[in-house]
Design a protein around this ligand. Sequence first.
Ligand SMILES: Cc1cc2nc3c(=O)[nH]c(=O)nc-3n(C[C@H](O)[C@H](O)[C@H](O)COP(=O)(O)OP(=O)(O)OC[C@H]3O[C@@H](n4cnc5c(N)ncnc54)[C@H](O)[C@@H]3O)c2cc1C
Length: 481
Amino acid sequence: MNGDKGLIGELEAVVGTDYVVSRSQDLVVYEYDGSVDKAMPAAVVLPSSTDEVSAVVAIAARHGVPVVARGAGTGLSGGAVAQHGGIVLAVTRMNHIIEIDTINSLAVVEPGVINLDISHAAAVHGLYFAPDPSSQRACTIGGNVAENSGGPHCLAYGVTTNHVLGMEVVFADGSVHSLGDRTRETVGYDLRGTIIGSEGTLAIVTKIVVRLLKEPEAVRTLLAVYSTIEDASSAVSGIIAAGIVPAALEMMDSLCIEAAEESVHAGYPKGAGAVLLVEVDGLAEAVEEEAAEIESVCQSFKPMEFRTATDPAERARLWAARKGVLGALGRLAPNYYLVDGTIPRTRLLEVLSAIEEISESVDLPIANLLHAGDGNLHPAVLFDERDPDELRRALHAGGEILKLCVASGGVLSGEHGIGLEKQEYMPLMFSDADMHAMAGLADAFETGGRFNPGKIFPTGHKHELGSQAGSVSRLGAGAYL
Ligand SMILES: Cc1cc2nc3c(=O)[nH]c(=O)nc-3n(C[C@H](O)[C@H](O)[C@H](O)COP(=O)(O)OP(=O)(O)OC[C@H]3O[C@@H](n4cnc5c(N)ncnc54)[C@H](O)[C@@H]3O)c2cc1C
């Protein structure tokens, strides 16, 4: 498609020449997201309205070229990478909060709105948007919907799908549809739920109705510092076993603490083996009780230190270290490969020690940050991509960790999606028949394989599970092979 003046001209006629990017030196910034994969699109289009999205998609359909939706490009599984070229449709100009309905506690927003901006806009009404990915200062709500994103506070409040009531979408023929509504009840097939987590393969999301929650009366943020990761893991199990579901229950290991502390100076003790960041919120009285219970459990595992954030500034500092830790890992190595898998919370300790063995076997450090409360692991393999062998070993370690998660009774992704990163591992969880069923659903949306092709389903070509290509080819033409 490079050099296809006809196509570029048609796109420019819809969005204006300023909003079509087609020179290779400009396209470079759109060739990657937060993962390790890269591919150059033929053009990037930045529409400003649903009508423009619809017209762009219709042009792509006529020319038979792929369309890859893109928000902020913070995705960690290669979802916004245009593996098969074509048009990247970036929704960043569609960044308006259309309405905040305080009576019904909801907001209607465009897909390019930054996650945190919803809560900022709702705060004057005492409301907020609960799903809080650590990337929430940058990532878009459209990307959150496509990945069904989570975040530290999703332990108590649920992930994106629990907070999206309805949406407007554009199908692959350019037609515009409304799915779901402004209420929590739906009738008929839940197409809203189907689109959420579909990673841009079924429809382009152009408007979203999100639930807003009332800001809690009281919040307590607790920091428990342990000399070993074993003690911290035992404290997590202890909190869960006591039947407490805090708003957030996060863990960081020593490498994360070292990096975060150098960058944010939140007062995390550097020599510690692991820290737990626990938050409880709700009615003031209940919060006091729950915080006391959590402290008592944490104390029983002999912390080096236990602290309660007493003012909003200290609370913000503790969270800044947690939410900034990925960026801070740049202090330890040029690159990280962040793995995302889940395990049953009861197996935390054994899985973390198996990850330590994987780290030794590939001779690369692995920093562990966890949404520990819901068993969502984020081991970050530290490496230097300028050394091809380090990249190979990092990918190998990631694969071993994913296999470990599934073998332990967990799943391939807690929140970052499958994208390009985990597609070859899908057979670890799904039979051919399962994947046929999923591919059949994609067929029902009549995308012609043009929406974000080459994602989710295995191709047999990437990373290192090539031996499973046989089961992939049997999947047939319905999937993106
Ligand atoms: C430092 C850091 C911390 C992170 N922390 C978390 C975390 O705590 N929890 C978590 O869940 N994730 C986290 N992420 C991952 C990432 O931020 C989320 O997946 C986020 O939802 C991606 O949003 P985005 O706007 O960047 O989407 P992109 O990366 O641009 O796209 C992601 C996917 O969404 C699709 N897409 C985007 N917009 C649309 C649309 N309008 N319609 C249809 N499809 C669309 C794309 O095609 C792609 O498949 C983190 C990432 C970073 C870099």
